[in-house]
Ligand binder design. Sequence first.
Ligand code: DP6
Length: 352
Amino acid sequence: WVLMVTAQTPTNIAVIKYWGKRDEKLILPVNDSISVTLDPAHLCTTTTVSVSPTFDQDRMWLNGEEISISGGRFQSCLREIRSRATDVDDKEKGIKITKKDWEKLHVHISSYNNFPTAAGLASSAAGFACLVFALGKLMNVKEDHSQLSAIARQGSGSACRSLYGGFVKWIMGKDDKGTDSLAVQLADEKHWDELVIVIAVVSSRQKETSSTTGMRDTVETSLLLQHRAKEVVPKRILKMEEAIKNRDFASFAQLTCTDSNQFHAVCLDTCPPIFYMNDTSHRQAPIISLVEKWNRAEGTPQVAYTFDAGPNAVLIARNRETAALLIQKLLFCFPPNSDADLNSFVLGDKSI
Ligand code: DP6
């Protein structure tokens, strides 16, 4: 027999960034972060996990190719979920698995991303969140989403925020073991449903410095990061929570853009410096000045921009009309026959 579960998890985009760990193994961050979860129709991972007595080892395929899961992050997630497995009694299929059986049974995992892997579109976020959620369902784990988020966090920090839709906060926590470093939902996907997220994929190539190594270098060398984590982010988190609660786009946009810019400033303050933005700045700079000029001309922000550890621009428009205008303006900047490989726009309502 084979028992199977399929789950789908969207990616999330941080509007207050996570950058820097205080514990690398448990993935505990140096500051809280806040994100929006995208609509699963656009940027998501679909994962099928299966179990059968005929499987002789745990194996995983990503986009059809087998990958190694011997690394600590996969093993932590598998171990944490397995240790919480409970009895399964599938009467329809006549399959009974006891808590004890789970210790010996092996799983096969097959995962697909509908967007470029490791191009700064947070594929690890959707990937680990989906893996943990699907395994939890398969093994009849009773933990709630927040407790599952603390497991997904051990796969990739940003993954913990993809367990919820809408607006999500990753609380950094205080405990050395990480039990209180988990995600909570600030507002669900219906709370602010006029917002439209447009992702300008300016390059789908893999990023040059992985988040993990970049963060390590930043923690070791950047004084600006210390200031950011202790002085700036705690206040910004409170203001962002307020902006989300009141659907205050002016404040939301100002905080989002400023935080993205400070994250990249911290990257530049790292030794050796990390140039996530400058990699394709001839494509990013026009997008930033387009948004800045437009917002200034209107007297109140229409669009917010944020950039992660890759070249692609994430733009958040205050409503559908603004999003349509934004796409026109972007196409004017990068006509289809220009040399820029600005090849797709992804429209997403933030909902799960
Ligand atoms: C810039 O979650 O990919 O996207 O925890 O080492 O796996 P690891 O890093 P990861 O870092 C994401 C960094 C970011 C900002 C964010 O999503 O908050």
